[in-house]
Design a protein around this ligand. Structure first.
Ligand code: TYM
Length: 335
């Protein structure tokens, strides 16, 4: 049976990059599940405290993100949906894995380099050991598949390295090696303002991203203002290689329409962005509109969201217990 595990940081809004890069895949994998297979989806609330933390905001963001995931199609009765902070096995296993992970491995993590920037000495210790907690997140549930965007691939490889070394060093087969599942078309959705930067919650400009909560007018305006170039669209996707903004918009269209970039270009070749952008905006509104409507309804009942999260955490604690006990045993810490 498959065990599918993935997480998202509860930092503000769900944006199009998260949605096309990861969440839509979560929903598809959930809907394709059979028999004894299980899906675990969680809010990486413990990862969120590795950068500046406003506790009241974090509390609100956990609920908001849980509602957004349910609105996007995660069904808490079929998938185990929870907040990481309600399952102590995550930080416990992360500590045990700190004995196995190597400083040199963590030094190579590009996300740490990006997020710590020039002020490496002033970054939190948590930001550095972040990928060890992420390894614990998936290894706890014996994950076979981890649906993520391209930017998380390196963290998943690290989780595999940690699992392999632990199994070898302690002569056990405790941990399953997880496989990343990365969507081909939407692996990396880029900023609408700058084709060289990924679409991100931390970009100070809201015009750089489409949020799942944006209304039709906002979407239209963001797409109209999105950076492009004056050339018409080609019919061969290879010709977009040095046109990052154009390539990004065509990629978003393709992902939304479930087509390849070549199929999209076959329809728009020779036309400029004056024709392409309104079509893209329409497609965005048609896809995100129903999600936003469900989100508005879910927000109205925070008590129900808390109840669903408590229930999910209870199931996660139960599922995590045997692997955590196995790790303590393998290390000679408990019998
Ligand atoms: P996070 O919260 O930054 O993003 C959640 C998911 O969205 C994907 N994603 C993107 N995909 C394509 N284009 C983009 N512009 C884009 N931006 C974000 C991410 O790849 C991710 O799949 N460390 C993780 C959270 C995490 C996790 C885990 C994931 C914690 N533990 C265990 C998987 C398994 C993170 O910060 O993702």
């Amino acid at each position: 049976p498959q065990r599918i595990v993935s997480g998202i940081q509860p930092t503000g809004n769900l944006h199009l990059g998260n949605y096309l890069g990861a969440i839509r895949n979560w929903v598809r994998m959930q809907d394709a599940m059979t028999g004894d297979s299980r899906c675990y989806f969680f809010l990486a609330s413990l990862h969120a405290i590795t950068v500046h933390n406003d506790p009241a905001q974090l509390r609100a963001n956990v609920r908001e993100m849980a509602a957004a995931l349910i609105a996007a199609g995660i069904d808490p009765s079929r998938s185990i949906l929870f907040s990481q902070a309600q399952v102590p096995a995550h930080p416990e296993l992360a500590w045990l894995l700190n004995g196995t992970a190597r400083i040199g491995w963590l030094n190579r993590m590009t996300q740490f380099k990006e997020k710590s920037g020039k002020n490496r000495e002033g970054a939190s210790v948590g930001l550095f050991t972040y990928p060890v907690l992420q390894a614990a997140d998936v290894l706890l549930y014996q994950a076979t598949h981890v649906p993520v965007g391209e930017d998380q691939k390196q963290h998943l490889e690290l989780a595999r390295d940690i699992a392999t070394k632990f199994n070898t060093d302690f002569g056990t087969e405790l941990f399953t090696l997880p496989e990343p599942i990365i969507p081909p078309a939407a692996a990396r959705i880029m900023s609408l303002r700058e084709g060289g930067a990924k679409m991100s919650k931390s970009d100070p400009s809201d015009m750089s991203r489409i949020n799942l909560v944006d209304d039709a007018d906002t979407i239209l305006q963001k797409i109209r203002k999105a950076k492009t170039d004056p050339a018409p669209l080609p019919d061969d996707p290879a010709e977009l290689a040095d046109r990052p903004e154009a390539r990004n918009l065509v990629g978003i269209y393709a992902a939304l329409a479930d087509e390849t970039s070549a199929q999209v270009l076959a329809r728009f070749a020779g036309q400029g962005f004056g024709a392409f952008k309104p079509a893209l905006a329409d497609l965005l509104v048609a896809t995100l509109g129903p999600v936003k409507a469900r989100l508005d309804a879910l927000r109205a009942d925070p008590g129900e969201l808390d109840r669903l999260l408590a229930q999910g955490a209870e199931r996660a604690r139960e599922a995590a217990a045997p692997t955590l006990a196995g790790a303590y045993r393998a290390l000679g810490l408990r019998d």
